[in-house]
Write a protein that binds this ligand. Structure first.
Ligand code: FAD
Length: 354
């Protein structure tokens, strides 16, 4: 069997890369075996234009946000699903200091930070003695709907191999790669945290980050917004189902759920939420984060048959569609990749890889 591209991984990166390559009439075979800790499967799908406690504008937000809205809408239309919803963030200030910081942003005419005129609107649902503001536009990408729908499309096109990719069965040739009886002109790794162990790219400056979240049932809580007060509470596709998270741990023993996160989150909910809730699930996994907080995208500088789309860190749901399109265009038409994301910035380091 001969394909143009062999893609390892069908998280959000592999999903959009295979989508854009197929749109350009290229043949792809995706090899993927999801685990319950794959970050794309446990993420909330928040696409937020600001980041961190200081509400700094996210890297490339002006390009990445509108691109993400269009890309998820388009793939959703193609699949007959809703892959993205508009859900502005209602930011409940946890203390007067945070309220002050938010008001300063409004005064400075920040593009994404606004006052919320109806301060009492959320009183039936939440405790928030210091008021609230609004961050907009913000979106929620429905990974729990998109990933299985795209997987089914790949299966029906004969473009998915559901197995663990066995590196020992891969060989390189002048005009491409061979994996068992499969030939392709390139192999593209979209393997998320699996990439930490990939001999071709493991020298890249990854900085794994652990995250945990809970899935809740909260009957009666409106699902039109993402709510924030030290944690983010995000409506999911199923009625009354919400996601709350997450933690950011740079030091950890394993990627498993912890009692500490569970206790902390319950304490936050008990203080913040006025409605009864039920915990349905406790999720945890590693984010494929990088030291410079920029993705790895492009062709291996020393192995032209090998490429990568990884290092999405805390922002895979917003960055992956944009860089998947850049990589697809680069592979097919030779167009440029944003230099800060292009893996060729690590040409020297990667000269020591296998
Ligand atoms: C708790 C948590 C919450 C998050 N929330 C958000 C959020 O709200 N918004 C946001 O933008 N980002 C969020 N993120 C980050 C986001 O999830 C990641 O950046 C993104 O999912 C990375 O996607 P990926 O496709 O690159 O990798 P992955 O999701 O890891 O996908 C890789 C796929 O490849 C498969 N794979 C790997 N190796 C092999 C192999 N050898 N053989 C077969 N299959 C293989 C894996 O099983 C997986 O299915 C969150 C992360 C966590 C942990």
């Amino acid at each position: 069997m001969v394909y143009d591209y062999l893609i390892i991984g069908q998280g959000v990166s592999g999903t959009f890369l295979s989508y854009f390559l197929q749109q350009q009439e290229k043949t792809v075979l995706v090899i993927d075996l999801p685990t319950k800790q794959s970050p794309s499967h446990i993420a909330a799908g928040i696409i937020n234009p600001v980041t961190g406690r200081r509400m700094t504008t996210a890297w490339m937000a002006e390009q990445v946000m509108p691109f993400a809205w269009e890309a998820y809408t388009e793939i959703g239309n193609d699949l007959g699903i809703t892959a993205i919803s508009h859900r502005n963030v209602i930011d409940f200030f946890p203390n007067p200091f945070m309220r002050e910081g938010f008001l300063e942003k409004i005064k400075a005419a920040d593009e994404y930070v606004f006052a919320y005129p109806e301060q009492n609107h959320f009183n039936p649902y939440f405790n928030y003695e210091f008021g609230c503001g609004e961050i907009r536009p913000a979106y929620s990408a429905h990974m729990e709907v998109l990933l299985p729908a795209w997987r089914n499309r790949l299966i029906s096109n004969g473009a998915l191999l559901e197995e663990w990719f066995d590196r020992s069965a891969l060989s390189f040739h002048a005009d491409g790669v061979r994996y068992r009886d499969i030939m392709a002109s390139k192999i593209i790794y979209c393997d998320g945290p699996g990439g930490f162990e990939n001999p071709q790219f493991s020298l890249l400056p990854y900085s794994p980050n652990k995250g945990e979240a809970l899935v809740l049932e909260i009957p009666g809580l409106p699902a039109f917004n993402i709510y924030k007060k030290s944690m983010l509470l995000v409506p999911m596709t199923d009625e009354n189902k919400f996601w709350i998270g997450s933690s950011y741990a740079w030091k950890f023993d394993n990627p498993d759920p912890t009692q500490e996160f569970l206790d902390k989150t319950k304490a936050v909910l008990d203080e913040w939420l006025k409605l009864p809730y039920k915990i349905l699930e406790h999720r945890s996994g590693l984010r494929p984060a990088t030291m410079e907080r920029r993705p790895f995208c492009g062709i291996h500088p020393h192995h032209p048959q090998v490429a990568i789309l990884n290092g999405m860190g805390t922002k895979g749901c917003s960055l992956a569609p944009f860089f998947a399109k850049q990589l697809a265009d680069h592979l097919v038409n030779g167009t440029e990749i944003t230099p800060d994301a292009d893996v060729k910035r690590f040409t020297k380091i990667l000269s020591r890889s296998n």
